[in-house]
Structure formats: structure tokens, C-alpha cells
Design a protein around this ligand. Structure first.
Ligand code: PMT
Length: 394
């Protein structure tokens, strides 16, 4: 695969040589275009050395070598990846301004474009950036969303360039396997909320990111995807059919109504095991005479166990959120819940799993198989889970 990597002038430009290397690991040939501002953060010489090609920094080309070469490059390229993409370069792409080597090339480029924004969280939320990204999306440009975390300015927030393995995974998926074509996949994601009174509920820290990543990966691999989701703030992947629920009972009803028409069910949701026995119809008042109140809980329905009765029975992937004896407890859950595969994650580590961009899992099969996926972005984990499903469905 021939990739043109466009690098624009943000601090994340220093990651470009590593990105070139990881793209080469996919077997890709990479040629790099730097904006003049990017060349302040990363040296053209480093990128020339790792890419084994001259690096373009000037839209007028090198007169000694015969001048402008962006048209020849556009004939060569199968993908233009811009990472990092600044607010400035995103705005220029949206309106077609061509005033440096990268933006001039972008107008000449004829095949797929992927853009990985990186900027301060406040810039990412600015109306012009939001609108320009929407314009690019509407033209078929794939946006690789930035991550949340520590930003160069010393603040926490969304805007950090997506992790290099996540970018590489998107490129790999672009090259595309369609091994789930013709399959219907049902994914559950996010937390459930169990009401205590009109303003309070019991819930958990699930963000929905794991389940949404599976839904996204499955539809990119050709599946028709249904998502049953608890409350999250995530964007639904395009083309995915969504049913939103609040409680475990509503999730049970939605899953049972749809499961028989799906060949694969993947249960990444963190379903509350218990719900208040009664829901107060008014806000519960603080007792004047005591420092405690009692809340009586009843067990919620086990959705996984109910799936065993569905006919025709789908291929079932369960998750296991464990804090100790992870493999042993997950294997026991796999048997007890009658699933075909179980994905175990150690939720005692707060840097993975719940409400994190990354996860680290063990994928356990009924045949005794065990595959460890080291700490990776959730899209990578999602694809390894789908690989395990595809290997078993044949
Ligand atoms: O959403 P994120 O922030 O991305 O975090 C991802 C995650 C940590 C939530 C995810 O990776 C995960 O582990 N999901 C399962 C969480 C969980 O509820 O695990 P459990 O071990 O309690 O349940 C085992 C399985 O039974 C799960 O597939 C669960 O969906 C299912 N279950 C649980 C209770 C219930 N009443 N009905 C069920 O079907």
C-alpha cells in the first residue's frame, strides 16, 4: 500500500517518525509531506531517513530535481493520512485552500483521505473546527478522533493525537477485510441505570467505549450492526442501528427482541447486578433523626443466561470484569453463563477497562484456548475479539 503521510504543525508532529515505522510494519511504502510549521517540531531529515524517500516541505519543489512533484505523487498514493492535523490545516482542507505543500497536495490527491486531529480541547470544541470536521466527514474523509488525556499545555482534556496503534489499526481496516459481510452482529454497551427515586440512580463507570469500538469494527468488516446501549456521551458509528435503554430490564427486553435475528451477540455492557426493590415516586428526604438510610436491592435479570434460550441460538461473546483470579473466575463465568467466548479484563487496574481509551484482555474459548491481547486502544482489542469470533464461525 502506498501512503502519503501529511504532517502539520502541532507538538504531536514529533510522533511522525514512529508512525512512519509502524505503517511500514504493515508493508506500506510511506512518503512524507511536512508543512513549514511541522518542520519546526520534527526534522525533515529524520523523516527522510525512516521513510527512505525525500520529504516534501516546499510546494514549489526542488528546481534541481525538476520542480513540482505533487501530481506524480497523487498518481502513486492509495491513501493520504494527515496526522497530526491542526485546526488550521483542517480549515484549509474544508474550503480547498492550497497555500503550502501539504494543502496543495491534498487538492491534487484522488484516493481516500484520513485525518487525525490534534489540538487543545478548547480549540477542538470551537464552532469552526466542529463545522470543518463535519464538512470533511460529509465528503467521505475518515476522521480518527483524538483521545482524552494530558495535553502539552499541561491540561487534561480531549484533543491528544489518537495513539499510534489506533491510527495504524484504522489504516489496516481501511485496506480492509470484509470477513463479516452478510452477518448480523448485536452489541451491548455502556452502563445501566437503576432508579432510586426521580433524581437518583445506581450505576457504574462504564463509558460504552469498548462496546462502541466493537460495533464500529464489526460494521467496517462488513457486518450489519445493532447496538443496545445504556446512557453514554459517545457518537454512534455511522450505519449502526441504535436502541437506547436505561435499566437492565429494558436491556433484557431489547436484547431478547433482537437476538434471534442476529448470528453474533457481544455483551460488553456493564449491567447492574442489583436494582432498588422499589423506586420512590418522590425525592427521598434526609432522615432528621439518623445518619443512615436503608436501600433494599433485588437481583436484576441475567441477560446472558436468558440468551441461552434464544432460537436459533446466536454465537455468544460475554465479558468478565474481574478484580482478582482473572482467568479462573472468567473461565468459571464462561461455563456458568453458557457463552462461546469470554473476554476477561482486570478492572482493578484503573488505567484500562472502565472509562479508559485502552484495554488489556484475555480471550477465553470453551475449547480451553486463551489469547492475551496486551494493552492497546479499544479498537485494536475490538478487532482481536472479532478475529476470534470469525476463526470459530469459519
Ligand atoms: O464501557 P467502557 O468504559 O469501555 O468499559 C468496558 C468494560 C470494562 C465495561 C467492559 O470491558 C466489560 O468488562 N464489560 C462487562 C462488565 C460486566 O458487567 O462484567 P460482569 O463480569 O459483571 O458480567 C459478565 C457478563 O454478564 C457481561 O458480559 C455482562 O454484560 C453480562 N451480564 C451481567 C449482569 C447481568 N444482569 N446480565 C448480563 O448479561
Amino acid at each position: 500500500m502506498n501512503i502519503v503521510l501529511g504532517v502539520s504543525g502541532g507538538i504531536a508532529a514529533y510522533k511522525a517518525p514512529e508512525l512512519v515505522r509502524r505503517l511500514q510494519d504493515l508493508g506500506a511504502a510511506v512518503r512524507v509531506i511536512l508543512t513549514p510549521n511541522a518542520a519546526r517540531f520534527v526534522s525533515p531529515l529524520s523523516l527522510a531517513a525512516v521513510s527512505h524517500h525525500g520529504v516534501i516541505t516546499d510546494q514549489w519543489g526542488d528546481p534541481a530535481k525538476g520542480g513540482v512533484d505533487h501530481i506524480e505523487m497523487a498518481r502513486w498514493a492509495e491513501l493520504l493520512l494527515i496526522a497530526p492535523a491542526t485546526a488550521n490545516v483542517i480549515a484549509k482542507l474544508a474550503v480547498g485552500i492550497a497555500d503550502d505543500a501539504l494543502t496543495t497536495y491534498s487538492v491534487a490527491h484522488r484516493t481516500a483521505i484520513m485525518v487525525a486531529p490534534a489540538m487543545n480541547w478548547s480549540m477542538l470544541q470551537h464552532a469552526t473546527v466542529v463545522q470543518n470536521l463535519a464538512t470533511l466527514r460529509s465528503r467521505g474523509v475518515e476522521i480518527i478522533d483524538p483521545e482524552s488525556g494530558y495535553l502539552a499545555e499541561g491540561e487534561e482534556g480531549e484533543g491528544r493525537l489518537a495513539a499510534i496503534p489506533a491510527i495504524v489499526e484504522r489504516v489496516k481496516m481501511h485496506r480492509g477485510t470484509r470477513d463479516l459481510e452478510g452477518k448480523r452482529v448485536l452489541v451491548t454497551a455502556g452502563p445501566t441505570r437503576e432508579a432510586i427515586d426521580p433524581v437518583r440512580y445506581l450505576s457504574n463507570r462504564s463509558s460504552g467505549r469498548m462496546g462502541y469500538a466493537i460495533a464500529d469494527a464489526a460494521r467496517r468488516r462488513g457486518a450489519t450492526v445493532t447496538l443496545v446501549s445504556g446512557p453514554t456521551s459517545l457518537e454512534v458509528p455511522p450505519g449502526v442501528d441504535i436502541t437506547r435503554i436505561d435499566t437492565a430490564k429494558e436491556m433484557l427486553e431489547a436484547v431478547m427482541a433482537k437476538a434471534a435475528s442476529h448470528q453474533i451477540v457481544i455483551k460488553a455492557a456493564a449491567v447492574a447486578d442489583f436494582a432498588p426493590e422499589t423506586v420512590a415516586d418522590r425525592k427521598i428526604k434526609k432522615p432528621a433523626d439518623r445518619g443512615t438510610i436503608e436501600l433494599s436491592l433485588r437481583k436484576n435479570p441475567d441477560i446472558l443466561a436468558s440468551l441461552a434460550t434464544v432460537h436459533p441460538r446466536p454465537f455468544i461473546v460475554a465479558f468478565a470484569a474481574e478484580t482478582d483470579s482473572v482467568e479462573k473466575n472468567a473461565r468459571e463465568k464462561l461455563e456458568r453463563k453458557g457463552a462461546d467466548l469470554i473476554v476477561a479484563n482486570d478492572v482493578s487496574d484503573t488505567t484500562i477497562g472502565f472509562d479508559s481509551d485502552e484495554n488489556e484482555v484475555l480471550i477465553l474459548g470453551r475449547d480451553g484456548s486463551s489469547v492475551r491481547v496486551e494493552r492497546s486502544p479499544k479498537l485494536v482489542i475490538a478487532n482481536r475479539i472479532l478475529d476470534a469470533v470469525v476463526a470459530r464461525l469459519g
